[in-house]
Design a protein around this ligand. Sequence first.
Ligand code: GUN
Length: 285
Amino acid sequence: MTTIIDGKAIAEAVRSEVADGVAAFAEAHGRTPGLVGIQVGDDPASEIYQRMKQEDAEACGMVARRIQLPAGTSQAELDQLLDELDADAGVDGILVQLPVPEPLEEPQIAAKIAAVKDVDGFSPGNVGRLLRGEPAHVPCTPAGVMRLLSEADVALEGTRAVVIGRSVIVGKPMALLLIAANATVTVAHSRTKDLPALAAEADVLVVAAGRAEMVRGDWVKEGATVIDVGTNRTDDGLKGDVAFDEASERAGAITPVPGGVGPMTRAYLLVNTLAAARRRVGDDS
Ligand code: GUN
């Protein structure tokens, strides 16, 4: 029997935990955690993501603000805003929706956001802390995947994990988290030779390749856990990076798309924002 890991239901439980945490924080500290999302330009997909993040934050009792800047905003202008938000005691979490239009560049932005308010976990400070195994804001998608694995009772210690994808947002932090959980991890990417054979060795296969249904059924080891991070818009609707029907015939457990990793990414932004608020006031509840 293949277990379909229900990310939607697990994310709902996470949101409910966060809402309880927000209420307790407000009671203890007399204010509610605050999240600010910044969008530069008018990319329609970014606008939808930003709106969803604001709604999510408000639904669990946080103060959420969206700031829209025009395309062509300079790094100096954005830096000034980030400095103001850094100094604003009511702001716990800051995120700049990616991708950003020119002349802005993501590395400069990631380096500018104060690590304690960097709820995306993309800043060098947080990336370095994660690498060192120190407390950090962990990027939302890999953090959400770890929770899915835990809720699905997937034992990681001593297992062979393969992560397909090496981005700063997903692949690399995913590998670090799996290493920290005592898995033996291989990171594969577009230049990896004989990817199907490598994937077929994985007890835990995490796919963040960005190519619709790239992972076929025969890439999956019998009984493996398959986590599909892909969200590819195709003429046939939203597709993951894994050919679900084929892969689920061999997997022991698998996430669907939609309804797997996506809702967890959204929920973990809320977890990180509450954690940021707590960390800023030295509340380790
Ligand atoms: N664009 C796509 N994914 C993300 C994300 O996780 N955070 C931000 N800030 N932008 C994104």
